[in-house]
Write a protein that binds this ligand. Structure first.
Ligand code: X90
Length: 277
């Protein structure tokens, strides 16, 4: 049995992880015609393009207690990271799974972390836990250190459409309206309570990247780690990466496509950026 294991829901956009045992619990994306499980078999590009054409209702659902228990599998100490509890039931079902798991196996422990965020900020938290495990830290110590670490990370997003967020009640229709206008992008952040907080509306690709980078710095970014996930927006992600490197040549930056859940809500052209302050 593994001593340590990291388990996250699929909104973290991580399917496999080097060195440390890792597993994920899938969220699901549903329309009247289809159901997509956010796992390694999902073709996100196909899903995004299908959703662009699809005119009916669509929604998402989070892992339930059983999904989490299955993902936990067997390990003595499990670190479980979820999408913000303010927008999803994932955290609540993970907490229930923790209680049942610790009841079933008296000598095992599950530490559930509400990221109050999603995607790339969860990835930063996961990488932090992995490095603490590799350093040989003990369970309690890792719990304390990672709790502290979460206070120093942030997440900004830039979206061209907030239709799916509004239709599923994750932002108000009024907040989403601007992002529906041609050429307008909305920049916002994960608020302290794990909701979407709008910061600025921007127009034009170059202008939007420079505003985004400016806002990152205003939120406390000063050259440390950045994780960029994007929904079919390789170009935007690359531009942002270059702007950051231009000012901070040693910054540790990774960019990658969103998996299913984040693609559904970020929509085509969307970008989500987690960073250390
Ligand atoms: O339980 C479920 O069905 C999942 C619901 C998730 C709702 C919000 C997902 C947002 C994903 C959008 C940009 C980043 C927002 C950060 C919010 C704290 C991506």
């Amino acid at each position: 049995m593994d001593k340590f294991k990291i388990v996250a829901d699929s909104s973290a956009d991580i399917l496999t992880f080097d060195k440390i045992p890792y597993n994920f619990a899938s969220l699901k994306i549903r329309t009247d015609e289809k159901e997509y499980v956010d796992d390694q078999n999902l073709n996100t590009e196909e899903m995004v393009n299908y959703l662009l054409e699809y005119k009916g209702k669509s929604s998402t659902s989070c892992p339930n207690l059983e999904d989490w228990l299955l993902a936990f599998g067997d390990a003595q100490y499990i670190f479980c990271i979820t999408i913000t509890s303010n927008l999803s039931g994932s955290y609540n079902s993970a907490k229930l799974a923790k209680e049942m798991y610790e009841e079933m196996y008296k000598d095992r422990k599950v530490f559930v972390i509400d990221s109050l965020s999603t995607g790339p900020e969860m990835k930063l938290i996961i990488e932090k836990i992995a490095s603490l495990i590799e350093e040989g830290k003990e369970y309690e110590d890792i719990c304390n250190r990672v709790t502290e670490y979460c206070k120093g990370t942030g997440l900004l997003f830039m979206l061209e459409s907030m239709k799916n967020l509004a239709r599923n009640g994750r932002v108000s229709a009024i907040a989403a309206a601007a992002a529906g206008l041609l050429g307008i992008r909305v920049i916002g952040k994960a608020s302290d309570v794990g909701t979407l907080e709008q910061l600025e509306k921007v127009r034009g690709t170059e202008k939007s990247i420079s505003s985004f980078f400016f806002l990152m710095k205003e939120q406390g970014y000063c050259g440390k780690k950045v994780r960029i996930s994007h929904c079919l927006n390789e170009e935007g992600a690359e531009k942002l990466k270059n702007s950051i490197l231009n000012e901070y040549p040693d910054a540790d930056i990774e960019k990658y496509p969103c998996r299913g859940l984040c693609s559904f809500y970020a929509e085509k052209g969307g970008m989500i950026v987690g960073f250390e302050k």
